[in-house]
Structure formats: C-alpha cells, structure tokens
Design a protein around this ligand. Structure first.
Ligand code: ATP
Ligand code: MG
Length: 270
C-alpha cells in the first residue's frame, strides 16, 4: 500500500522584535531581511522510499513515500519518535545516502540520480552538515578543523585559512581559533562545527539533533547562533530535533511517523 504523504506545518513562531540575549531562543524578526519573502523551493522530496535490506526476508522500510517541500531561507525542524525515519530522511535530503525510490531536488536540480562524483562535489560546496556529536578532528585546532572543509572543497591553504577565520568569527570564536576540541566546551565545539558547515557558504545546512548533546544553556546559544546566521545569510537550516524549544524557534515543523512525513494542511496522513 502506498500512502501519499504531505507536510505538517505548525504555526510559525511569530516575533516580537527582540534579538536573542544568550539566555533563551532568539525571537524571529520576520521580514527583517529579504531571503524569507517570496522565497523559492530549495529542497523537495517526492514519494521517497528507503528500504534497508539485511537479507531477503529481513528489511526495514525506513521511509515510506516521504514527500516534503522546503523554502529557501527557512529554518525547518523535523520531529518524530525514535525510529520514525528522521535521520534517514536527513541523510537522503543531504545526499549522504541514496533513496530506494522517489525523487529529491536541491535548488531545482534533481539530485537522487547523480553520479558519486557529482554528489561528492554537491556535498562539499552546497551542503553543510552538523552532527549531534560534533565530529571534530581531535588532533586539530578549531581553525584547522574548519580549514579542512574549505581545502576539501578546493580552496588553497591561504584562502582556506581566511575563510575559516571569517566562519569562526561568525560563530563568535575568534578567540579560540587555536584551541583543540578538548579545550572547548560542548557548545563551543558545536559552534566550531557550525563554522565548518558554513565555511563553503552552502545553500543548506542540515543538523541531526545538533543540540542533543548540549545542556539547555549551550543548546539555546547554539540555536540562537543558527537563527542569526539564517537571518544574516539566508542559509536554509533543516534540523532534526527532539526538543520542542528548538522546533518552536523554527519557521516550520515537519512531523514523522513510521517513515512518513505526516500531513500538514490540517490533516494527519492515515
Ligand atoms: N543502516 C541501517 N540498516 C538497517 N536499518 C536501519 C539502518 N539505519 C536505520 N535503520 C532503521 O530505520 C528506521 C529509521 O531509523 P532512523 O535512524 O532514521 O530513525 P530516527 O527517527 O532518526 O530515530 P532516532 O530519533 O532514534 O535517531 C529504524 O527502524 C532503524 O532501525
Ligand atoms: Mg536519528
């Protein structure tokens, strides 16, 4: 049986004009910048299925006709119970993993059928990814971690250093450039990871529970930072989260259940 699924949109967290103060989630300043108005679709998945096959009669349908559309410049949360397919969806949308069937579009271009080489290029230059466990290289300093991503995308060492410096300044860590991950707090490590995701100026940054390993104060700080970067640069953020506070700060919330993106438009999919 196939079930056409659509989106769930929860009410937007409309703003007062207040900027974040470091102690709570930033308030949205709607329309303060251009990218949110009249934005076009940046990500679209159409009837995406993902089946993990362990053996002939042992498989898991992790995604079932997952269909969603994300507008450029938005902050989007994906929520749902454990095992509902959130990470799988994020991996497919961000081209870290391939779908079994269905279509995925990034910035108007179909990406589910690209070659490995094209996918690698896309991931390097147009997509940033933030992990729950930060995934920094422990032997490298903050700036070296960020530079690595820039060099991987083809920048010369000197340009990579400049870009990394700018990205670390964007997340307020200029003073910590030479610190290794163990010499940084969890929140600071995640900010380095955000700088690394930002350094190649991607169109979209994906985060799989990016605040999952942080205490509430650090979590609020990291979320505020992402919201500020979103406002300032128009970068789209797609965040898997279990935290209603994080989701409440986003423009849209998609809900998943049993591999489906349950319906928005006032209805849950059957
Ligand atoms: N590599 C894999 N091989 C087989 N099954 C997998 C694999 N990865 C995920 N699954 C299964 O697919 C389903 C969806 O997993 P997924 O990791 O996407 O869930 P999730 O919503 O991110 O859960 P959580 O909130 O616990 O992170 C689960 O039933 C899981 O057991
Ligand atoms: Mg997950």
């Amino acid at each position: 049986m196939t079930t056409q699924t659509t989106l769930q949109e929860t009410p937007r967290h409309e703003s007062s004009a207040a900027e974040g103060n470091g102690h709570g989630y930033a308030q949205r300043v709607r329309g303060a910048r251009g990218p949110k108005i009249g934005a076009s679709t940046i990500i679209r998945s159409q009837d995406v299925n993902k089946r993990y096959v362990m053996s002939e009669d042992n498989y898991v349908d992790a995604l079932c006709d997952a269909t969603l559309e994300i507008e450029e410049g938005q902050t989007v949360a994906i929520m749902g119970p454990s095992g509902s397919g959130k990470s799988t969806l994020l991996h497919v949308l961000s081209c870290l993993d391939s779908a079994t069937s269905g279509e995925v579009y990034l910035d108007g271009r179909r990406v589910d059928n690209l070659s490995r080489r094209e996918l690698a290029r896309l991931r390097r230059s147009e997509i940033g990814f933030i992990f729950q466990t930060f995934n920094l290289v422990s032997s490298l300093s903050a700036i070296e971690n960020v530079m690595l991503a820039a060099e991987y995308a083809g920048k010369k060492r000197r340009d990579a250093r400049e870009a990394a410096r700018r990205a670390l300044a964007q997340v307020g860590l200029s003073e910590r450039e030479d610190h290794r991950p163990t010499e940084l707090s969890g929140g600071q490590q995640q900010r380095v990871a955000i700088a690394r995701a930002l350094v190649n100026e991607p169109k979209v940054i994906f985060g799989d529970e990016p605040t999952g390993n942080l205490d509430s104060a650090s979590s609020a700080e990291v979320v505020e930072m992402m919201l500020r970067i979103n406002r300032e640069t128009g970068t789209t953020f797609v965040l898997v989260t279990h935290d209603p506070g994080v989701a409440g700060s986003c423009d849209r919330v998609f809900h998943m259940l049993d591999g489906r993106v349950t319906n928005g438009n006032g209805r849950e999919a059957a």
